[in-house]
Design a binder for this molecule. Structure first.
Ligand code: ADP
Ligand code: MG
Length: 373
């Protein structure tokens, strides 16, 4: 019979990393969220060969303090001393319900070290125009620090993603077109929600270098961002979403100690005008956010589509909907890649949402706009 024995730390790190970074979208998501957490107002995402060779995110955020260089790639397994995750954003479980940053577990960069060639160039304001280039070993250990030229901010570069997980690498190579399409959709969502941030996305395929895929202009509003990404014609076919939802907590929430306090939340964004008749007015894109965090909300998407269908059967709507709610009304800590969000009172929320949407569509101007904005 085989003996039960401990797995080597480096193998554990690799296995766990593959759960944090599951695909190309995870890479882009983690790097862009770090840039937003660092207060960046300019973010450039660069792909080479649709991301297979390189995914690089450059920002003009705070930069990383030299005191933290050693800790960036640190992970629970590479260190024998203690089970510690290194993040500058959270230090205890209680902090989690008050959290306003995207990241908090200190896992992403350490995972990228395990799965790809990873390096960073970073400078704080007082260091520019000198920056530090940091190279990491696959264990997450800082391998080398080198002084290079660089402005305030951080550039994180991921080369050859999944090269240490050959099966996943082959899968990615096979489906790269589809995976790249998914990343662009995700980046559209970040670019549209991030008012005040100039986003640009570039790709180099073969000899065509740095082709701008899309960009936004550091606009003050999500409306203008949507116009930059999806075009003025799309914008002109949208009406504002501005709903205030209030609903009683469900019996199970009360039993779970949630109290009797009624839930309040605001839904802001834009949705296709509920025009009657044929003809596609808007692209078939649906983006959902919780407190500006892009996420999939399948049940909520279903509620939107059902409500819309009773006004327009010929197309599904363009939806851009940000649910703003107390940070203790949901849990982002459901899966290692943080893509799932668990809203504690989803059923009651959905009922209230459906009623509000029907009211909105009933009162909305249903004529097709003639002019473009
Ligand atoms: P988390 O975001 O969960 O804290 P990460 O592994 O994504 O963990 O990042 C580790 C730490 O590195 C962050 O807490 C932050 O201090 C620093 N960091 C990462 N990316 C950036 C960036 N673009 N700008 C400034 N600091 C960064
Ligand atoms: Mg992070």
């Amino acid at each position: 019979m085989a003996t039960i024995k401990a797995i080597e730390a480096q193998s554990v790190h690799q296995i766990q990393s593959g759960q944090v970074i599951v695909d190309l979208c995870s890479v882009a998501k983690e790097l862009v969220e770090n840039s937003l957490d660092a207060g960046a107002t300019t973010i450039e995402v660069r792909f080479k060969n649709n991301g297979l060779d390189l995914i690089e995110v450059q920002d003009n955020g705070s930069g990383i303090s030299p005191d933290n260089y050693e800790n960036i790639g640190a992970n629970p397994c590479a260190r024998n001393s203690a089970l510690k995750h290194y993040t500058s954003k959270l230090s205890s479980y209680d902090d989690l319900s008050r959290l306003h940053t995207f990241g908090f577990r200190g896992e992403a960069l350490s995972s990228l070290c395990a799965l790809a060639n990873f390096h960073i160039v970073t400078a704080q304001a007082n260091q520019a125009p000198r920056a530090n280039k940091l190279d990491f070993e696959s264990s997450g250990k800082l391998q080398k620090t080198q002084i290079v030229a660089g402005q305030k901010g951080t550039t994180a570069s991921v080369e050859g993603i999944f090269k240490r997980l050959p099966v996943r690498r082959r899968e990615l190579e096979k489906n790269i077109k589809r995976e790249y399409g998914k990343v662009l959709n995700l980046l559209h969502a970040y670019a549209c929600i991030s008012a005040g941030v100039r986003f640009s996305v570039k790709n180099t395929v073969g000899k065509t270098k740095n082709v701008v895929v899309f960009s936004t202009n550091a606009n003050r509003t999500t409306r203008e961002n949507i116009a930059n990404v999806y075009g003025a014609k799309t914008l002109s076919a949208l009406i504002p979403l501005d709903l205030k939802l209030e609903f009683e907590p469900s019996a199970s929430m009360k039993r779970a100690g949630g109290g009797n306090k009624s839930n309040q939340m605001v839904v802001q964004g834009h949705i296709s005008r509920p025009v009657f008749g044929e003809g596609r007015q808007t692209p078939d894109r649906q983006m959902f956010f919780v407190n500006s965090r892009p996420c999939g909300l399948p049940q909520i998407a279903k509620a939107f589509n059902e409500a819309y269908k009773s006004f327009n059967v010929s197309q599904s709507p363009f939806i851009f909907a940000d649910f703003q709610m107390d940070t203790d009304a949901y849990d982002v800590n459901v899966s290692p890649d943080k893509r799932q969000i668990l809203i504690h009172d989803a059923a009651a929320l959905i009922e209230s949402l459906k009623t509000s949407l029907v009211q909105l569509f009933e009162t909305a101007d249903q004529t097709v706009p003639q002019s473009q904005v």
